[in-house]
Design a protein around this ligand. Structure first.
Ligand SMILES: NC(=O)c1ccc[n+]([C@@H]2O[C@H](COP(=O)([O-])OP(=O)(O)OC[C@H]3O[C@@H](n4cnc5c(N)ncnc54)[C@H](O)[C@@H]3O)[C@@H](O)[C@H]2O)c1
Length: 438
């Protein structure tokens, strides 16, 4: 099939490359000229394991192209996907301006039967509105007769940055929200090479599924963080508790790692958006409000602990390991790590940071006073304390003997509970985890 994907970010690019890998003909459109130029040369403008190689294969097979010019590619499209950003407004509500612009552009240019697919995460009711915007725009340019041939499908994306391409190719399920049976079946067939259960729903249910999935996972994280905070007060080790409950198949082991809380481009904005959707419809979603509050509190509790242990931070050299919002990505959007680094700086600490992939992005948001080191050990050299904020696996393989020799101080604050505290304590470090008994 001929696919046009509008928006070539983490989702648009991954899905574009994914569909090209499945054999579809894909045109990716983005307003960001530099991104398009870079992609055209086969260079993925962000870090995502496996994506660069898959893009190269797709380009060599002639299955994918990149352009800023929607009009030049919309003509032959069977399916037009919207994968633009839906960031949070200050109020927590999703900003739909990019989606609306994309819809208006489609409506102004579309002159044949096509299925519109919504990949962006959008509030309940948006797909219906977008279809209306497209049909109205078509009518305005004299194509009213074609409007009944245009349908919309809500096809929420569940990929995780860091394993995005494999998540696309091997999803747990494909949710297809539609009001048109034929369009839904066409979109299902578009994925025929993917073995995964199909969940056929109406538009509103599909929209809700995406938010509910993220909100549930965020709830698990805040729940285990509350248990960790309790363990800090009553004794016990949250890692053992997580294992003990996670082996219960009704609970499952995922998203039970206590720490400084969730971040990233999805969870914070999607949880807030769902809370807003509920509020706008006269329902106070109390559980979600608490999930958000607990998540915000985790960073403060962790930072307060650093302050309490180290005393005044002014002029103190602190090493930071990890800036990305999670490992295997260079994405720092809503990163708890960036937030903690900023708090350290605001209290006068001298921060030397290392992240395997996110340094370039971090440089754009952190002040010039931050030093960036080429390795984890270099970042910690001469530091009074080490603060671990992203659980990159390479941190586990550092030589902790060397670390001990290079650091001035002995305090390690592990905001992700990812280091093995017994080993560190044997070497003479003082380890502080989140809900980890000492
Ligand atoms: N990042 C994730 O892990 C993830 C996972 C699932 C769902 N989502 C959802 O997918 C959507 C996209 O997320 P993302 O992280 O890829 O965003 P992103 O910000 O990385 O990318 C969006 C892209 O859209 C482009 N764009 C905006 N308006 C455009 C227009 N009119 N025409 C062409 N291009 C346009 C931007 O230039 C940008 O490159 C969001 O709704 C997000 O919530 C994201």
């Amino acid at each position: 099939m001929n696919l046009v994907i509008i928006g070539t970010g983490y989702v648009g690019l991954t899905t574009g490359v994914g569909y090209a890998t499945l054999g579809h003909q894909v045109a990716c459109v983005d307003v960001d000229q530099s991104k398009v130029v870079s992609l055209d040369m086969g260079k993925v403008p962000f870090f995502e394991p496996g994506l660069q190689a898959a893009l190269k294969d797709a380009q060599e097979a002639g299955k994918i192209l990149f352009t800023t010019d929607l009009a030049s590619v919309i003509g032959g499209a069977d399916v037009i996907m919207i994968a633009v950003g839906t960031p949070s407004k200050g109020t927590g509500e999703a900003d739909l301006s990019y989606v609306e612009t994309a819809a208006e552009q489609i409506g102004a240019m579309l002159d044949h039967e096509a299925i519109i697919v919504m990949k962006s995460t959008v509030p309940v009711g948006t797909n219906r509105k977008v279809l209306k915007v497209i049909r109205d725009s078509m009518s305005l340019v004299g194509r009213k007769d074609l409007t009944s041939l245009i349908n919309i499908i809500s096809l929420p994306e569940f990929l995780r940055e860091g394993s995005a391409l494999s998540d696309f190719l091997k999803p747990d399920r494909i949710v297809i929200g539609s009001e048109d049976e034929i369009a839904a079946q066409t979109i299902s067939r578009m994925h025929e090479k993917i073995e995964a259960p199909r969940v056929f729903t109406g538009l509103e249910s599909a929209e809700l599924i995406k938010y509910a999935a993220n909100a549930f996972l965020a709830t698990k994280i805040s729940f285990i963080n509350e248990i960790a905070n309790l363990a800090d007060r009553v004794g016990g080790d949250v890692r053992d508790v997580a294992e003990g409950i996670g082996l219960d198949r009704r609970i499952g082991p995922h998203f039970l790692q206590a720490g400084i809380g969730y971040g990233g481009s999805c969870f914070p904005k999607d949880v807030s958006a769902l809370e807003q959707i509920a509020g706008n419809n006269g329902y106070g979603f109390k559980l979600l409000s608490s999930v958000i509050e607990v998540n915000n509190q985790q960073r403060t509790l962790f930072f307060n602990r650093i302050k309490k242990q180290l005393g005044p931070l002014k002029g103190r050299r602190v090493a930071v390991w990890g800036l990305a919002f999670k490992p295997n990505t260079d994405d720092i959007r809503e990163s708890a790590a960036i937030d903690i680094a900023q708090r350290l700086l605001a209290h006068g600490a001298e921060v030397c940071a290392y992240d395997p992939e996110a340094i370039e992005n971090a440089k754009r948001v952190l002040p010039d006073s931050v030093e960036f080191a080429p390795t984890a050990i270099d970042a910690a050299t001469g530091a009074e304390a080490l603060v671990v904020l992203t659980e990159w696996s390479e941190f586990l393989n550092v030589s902790f003997d060397t670390l001990k020799a290079r650091m001035i101080g002995t305090q390690i604050f592990d905001g992700r509970n990812c280091l093995v505290n017994e080993n560190l304590e044997r070497l003479g470090f003082i380890y502080h985890g989140v809900g980890v008994c000492r």
